[in-house]
Design a protein around this ligand. Structure first.
Ligand SMILES: Nc1ncnc2c1ncn2[C@@H]1O[C@H](COP(=O)(O)OP(=O)(O)OP(=O)(O)O)[C@@H](O)[C@H]1O
Ligand SMILES: [Mg+2]
Length: 332
């Protein structure tokens, strides 16, 4: 069953369990740590937590890896006029901007030890001091932090404060990579198809030959990679249906060849290179061998998927299956 948790689309039992926990804790003030590989949906989860929290303030996001340490500090805490060269006016920081809302600290694993100490203080005291000021200001901010690093390893390496980790992971959600929830590939492909159909005003459907190789793909870039593949396909496709031809070459190349298909036509060692020897040539046998090799190669390239292979060869699926059966009989 396909579920939609405040924008998190999934049919995966693993992710549904995570989302059900998200629903439970969203309305509390608990600090939340979201971990998972790149592109698994950490920011989407943070936004869902905010939506479900019903907190009246804003969702404010800041990427701790993208900004140098001193600028991150002034972005987070704000500053008073004259706090440093160039501070011509006072400015509020992200903590204040997220007051009564949610502050999403993305890539928290990259934050310096110095700022980690300051963050810990904010979490404990619920107050912030602008740079250049010694006035404590009350803030009511729900913190959601995310990282694709293993923070326990970072603690061991001395890069992350253990006390901050305990504070952050009051609730910890680990998002499973897409390859561990393969049922989501088709579900999300359809979801993104609808999204990009309306974005680019195109009426396009998806054929099995498009979706099947995706189901076999590893998706190191997780959901973001799938989303990019669908967007590119919708953008570039001129026909009313997406087929294997609309997939990037690396998706077709990297799919594992299923053993059953390797032996489907004949044994692999029977693959031959053809030498024209007019003293002994048998035209029918020669053409059969060429046909056999082409079918084998197409099946390999299609990851064993007959629908995809048939499309590559421009024949009907049933024609291809008949040819495979005939070649198997001849090889027996
Ligand atoms: N379950 C999902 N349903 C719908 N869209 C999703 C889902 N998971 C991820 N996405 C979409 O995929 C893209 C990547 O997700 P997101 O930016 O949240 O990943 P991330 O884990 O923060 O990645 P990174 O570590 O690279 O920052 C976004 O456009 C997001 O909306
Ligand atoms: Mg992110």
């Amino acid at each position: 069953m396909i579920r939609n948790f405040a924008g998190i689309i999934t049919a995966s039992y693993k992710l549904i369990k995570v989302c059900e926990q998200i629903e439970k804790v969203a309305t509390t003030d608990a600090t939340i740590l979201v971990t998972g590989e790149s592109g698994t949906g950490k920011e989407l989860v943070a936004r869902a937590i905010h939506k479900l929290s019903k907190r009246s303030g804003n969702f404010i996001s800041i990427n701790c890896a993208a900004i140098p340490d001193d600028i991150l500090e002034s972005e987070l805490f704000g500053y008073v006029k004259g706090a440093f060269t160039g501070a011509f006016n006072s400015r509020e920081g992200k903590f204040q901007a997220a007051n009564k809302g949610t502050l999403f600290l993305d890539e928290i694993g990259e934050m310096s030890l110095r700022l980690q100490a300051k963050l810990l203080r904010v979490i404990q005291e619920k107050t912030v001091q602008k740079l250049g000021s010694n006035v404590d200001e009350q803030v009511d901010v729900r913190i959601v932090a995310a990282t694709n690093k293993n923070l326990r390893d970072e603690v061991v390496k001395g890069n992350f404060r253990e006390d901050l980790l305990y504070r952050l992971e009051v609730v910890h959600f680990e998002l499973p990579p897409l390859r561990e929830r393969k049922e989501d590939i088709s579900v999300l492909a359809h979801h993104f198809l609808e999204k990009f159909k309306s974005k680019y005003s195109k009426n396009i459907s998806m054929s099995q030959s498009f979706i099947e190789p995706l189901k076999m793909h590893e998706f190191r870039g997780n959901v973001r990679e799938l989303q990019n593949i669908i967007e590119r396909a919708v953008l570039l496709c001129d026909s009313p249906e997406l087929t294997s031809k609309d997939l990037p070459a690396y998706v077709l190349k990297n799919i594992d060849v299923k053993e059953e298909y390797k032996t489907d036509v004949c044994d692999k060692k029977e693959l031959q290179t053809f030498n024209l020897d007019f003293d002994r040539i048998n035209l029918v046998e020669f053409l059969t061998n060429i046909e056999k090799e082409i079918i084998l190669r197409a099946l390999e390239k299609a990851g064993g998927n007959k629908t995809v292979a048939a499309e590559m060869l421009n024949v009907n699926r049933t024609t291809l299956i008949e040819k495979i059966k005939r070649l198997c009989k001849e090889a027996a």
